[in-house]
Write a protein that binds this ligand. Structure first.
Ligand code: R2B
Ligand code: URA
Length: 306
């Protein structure tokens, strides 16, 4: 009943459980987390996911499967094939390696937002405590050697505002994208001199598009020229922008709104001062994509005292 649920809620908040942010959920006996093929009534989410402490989001299903396997090895949990809990949906992939969930989010904030909300509900229903979220992804760098890991110390929209704007019921709503500075610094502290990749902190610009939205001139459409692009890139560089991608703003704003610690770690796949196309061979690109994973794994292991 409602009074009991409210009492449970109060207790949850005081014990650092993932809080409930939508009272409507209290009157849904069986909430179908449609895009990840799990239900609060049909699955024992506490038993399945109650021990989760870290959720790592990244773009593609196969990268997140590899990350789950890697995490499993790092945590000494063996090399058994990872089970995709969301496999029946064909939309997203969801793997578990001990206390770590590995989730694909697709491309762009709209795709991220759907799975993010279902994962927040999942960790709430599962009664998870002290959960930290990471986005471990890819980006285009500005003035950085490709293969550099950027930890976002701020995230901004295309107009350099740290605000995620949503249209709800026909009105624009603004959500502040506030980065957890302690978490970003703690991650940066784990970067080592002799890592085979560089790690920096910087400002990440989140665009709604890969082509025109990131100033590229090689899309199907383009109404600006190379000179205007370079001028814009230099302006962004001077404003402290280190990298461009497509989810950080929604990710950080939703972590902040959910009161869940979150950080964005993206490797740069190219230096936009040098061009628009991603021409590096696939093998090297795949290797670069493991760098933010390695840093996240280091953080997870050190937090777990391993
Ligand atoms: C980085 O890479 C993807 C576009 O190629 C997008 O998801 C992003 O943020
Ligand atoms: N992802 C992006 O969004 N932009 C890039 O340039 C590279 C990866």
């Amino acid at each position: 009943n409602r009074a009991y649920e409210t009492a449970v809620e109060k207790k949850c908040i005081s014990s650092c459980r993932v809080p409930l942010h939508n009272q409507n959920l209290l009157s849904i006996p069986n909430d179908h987390l449609y895009h990840i093929a799990l239900s609060s009534g049909d699955n024992d989410l506490r038993q399945m996911f109650g021990d989760v402490k870290f959720v790592c989001f990244g773009g593609t299903p196969s990268r997140m499967e590899k990350f789950a396997r890697f995490m499993s090895r790092e945590l000494g949990l063996g090399t058994a094939p990872a089970h995709n809990f969301a496999g029946n949906t064909d939309r997203y992939a969801l793997y578990k390696a001990g206390p770590v969930l590995s989730v694909s989010h697709g491309i762009g904030i709209p795709s991220l937002s759907i799975v993010f909300q279902e994962i927040v509900k999942l960790v709430y229903y599962a009664g998870c405590e002290d959960v930290t979220f990471f986005r471990i992804g890819t980006s285009g760098g500005i003035g950085l050697e490709p293969g550099t890991v950027v930890i976002s110390e701020s995230v901004v929209n295309g107009q350099l505002e740290p605000i995620y704007k949503q249209i709800i019921l026909g009105k624009q709503v603004e959500r502040p994208a506030v980065v957890d500075q302690d978490l970003a610094q703690n991650l940066h502290n784990l970067a080592l001199e002799d890592d085979r990749y560089k790690t920096v902190k910087g400002t990440t610009l989140c665009a709604d598009d890969f082509y025109e939205g990131q100033g590229r001139i090689d899309g199907a459409f383009c109404e600006h020229d190379e000179e205007e692009k370079m001028l814009w890139l230099r302006e962004m560089h001077e404003a402290g922008v280190t990298n461009l991608e497509m989810e950080s703003l929604g990710f950080i704003a939703m972590c902040h709104r959910a009161n869940i610690k979150g950080a964005v770690l993206c490797v740069t796949l190219l230096d936009r001062f040098e061009g628009d196309g991603i021409t590096t061979n696939l093998q090297l690109l795949h290797e670069w994509q493991t760098y933010p994973q390695m840093l996240a794994a280091r953080f997870i292991k050190s937090t777990l005292g391993l």
